[in-house]
Structure formats: structure tokens, C-alpha cells
Design a protein around this ligand. Sequence first.
Ligand code: CP
Ligand code: NVA
Length: 295
Amino acid sequence: MSIKHLLSINDLNGSEISSIITRAISSKPMPLNNLLENQTVGIWFEKPSLRTRLSFEIGVKQLGGTTVYLDKDNIGVGSREPIRDIANVISRYIYAFIARTFAHSTLTEFAKYSTIPIINALSDEEHPCQTLADLVTIQEKFGTLKDITIAYIGDGNNVARSLACGAYHMGMPFISSSPLEYKLTISDEMINKSIIHEINPQKAMLAADVIYTDAWTSMGQEEESEIRKNAFQKYQISEKDLDSAKDTTILMHPLPAHHGEEISQDLLYHKKSVVFDQAENRLHAQRAAMEYLFK
Ligand code: CP
Ligand code: NVA
């Protein structure tokens, strides 16, 4: 059987995403099983993380396996050793490899030369594991995904790209609101065309069931932070925006949040915010995704 990687949310079709969501929700009360008994999963992150690393470490444990964290400075991917050689070595030791990278091509190269599943724990282009947890959360809050409209406000980044593609696969309208120079683009023309671009964030939010935002400056873009703060000023989500939205509208954010930038101070604690349920769902969604990829 061919190896299943999760490099992009587009590696899954609508029905696969749907079964991962169903499994994530149904396994919440009884998360433990022995799928990974006697198996070790490698975790290698080029960028910092709280949620992704912790939820994967715990998720693997809940499936009966163990993890080994590979320190980026010691492996020296591409400097001490080429990816091809590393991929060949780790394939002999571990069951799967979970990696957070700068360049997305690092992941595709690992996938090309590995004989084990590679999971994208965030790259500069995509964050598919975040999208799975986001869709689990939306399904729980609305009881359905169909026709639930997401308004994504802010930078057209990795999180936005995976979310827009996930929304496309699940038949959900997706409105993206960014300054022109930070507009979301997707290489798949069909998905790209499905996105509604609305330059005015307030207009975008009015029709939304889900108001979603993320950092203006992603990891690796720190030098652009001041320029970005200026460019995105009108794209901060405020209490007034949430109060003007529909009663049933929810606020989502992958975290970490930058209070006073993409959201006003304390907005994570607004009654419409579901961000901590969303963060918890990283664990359940990834456990279900691993069950799907490893079976
Ligand atoms: N949302 C998310 O991926 O969080 P971390 O960067 O803390 O893993
Ligand atoms: N877009 C953010 C997401 C962090 C989880 C980043 O890449 O830094």
C-alpha cells in the first residue's frame, strides 16, 4: 500500500476530511488505543511551537507510541547532511516524521525520499493540521460545515491557505479580507477562484458565521513586523466587530495571538470566541489524522 503523507490539506479529499472530523469528535471521550504500540514517531521543528508539538507528543502517546524530538541544531538538515540521506536514515528507525519547516520544499523533499509518512506541522505555505482542528471546531459549534461562511481577516498566509482549501473541499463559502499586497493566493486555480475577496474587513465580517484571523507577522518574517503593522492597521478585529456580527457568529484564531495587533486586547475572552476549544481540538484532530494516515 502507498505511504500517506499529510503535506497539504489538499492531500485529503472532502470525504477523507469528513471522516477525520467524525473520528476526532467521537474519540474525544475514549482517546486511547494501541495503534502505535512499540512504535516511535520523530518530531523535528525548525520554528517554535506550543500547541502543535505538545498535542502531537500527547496524541502519539494516546495511540500507544512514543516520540523522539530531534533538535534542529544537531541534525543540520541540508547543512550537516542532505535531506535525501537523512530521509533514508530516519526511515529505518522511526514510524513517521512530523516536521515544522520554513520552506515547504523541505517537506516535499522528505516525502520524496522517505519510506515513512511525513506530516506537515506548519510550513511557510500551509498548516493542514490547524485546518483539521478548525473544521472539527466549526462542526461542533454549528452541527454542520455545509454553507457555513468563513471570513478570514488579515494576512493571506499559511493558515489562511490551508483553511481556504479545507473550506473548498467541505463546500463552505470563504471570504478573504486583506490589503492587496498581502492577498491570499492558492496555486490550484479552481480553489483560488472559489475565494471571495473583500477588501473591506467590516463588510466581510457582516455575512460571516466564522470570523477568523491570524498573526500579521508569521514566524520567519520578523524583520517585516513594523511594515506589516502599518499595512494591516485597518484589519484588527475589535469588540465592536464581534458585537455587530450575527448572534451565532464565532471568533477563531490558531494562536499564538498578538493582542493589540490582529485582535484588540482581551478579545480571545469575548463570549463569541471559541479559540481555546479550537486549541484543544488540535489534539483530537491530529490523533484522528494519524489514525487515518497510519492505518
Ligand atoms: N497554532 C499553532 O500551530 O500553534 P503553535 O505554533 O504553538 O504550535
Ligand atoms: N501564521 C503563523 C501561524 C502560527 C501558528 C506563523 O506561521 O507564524
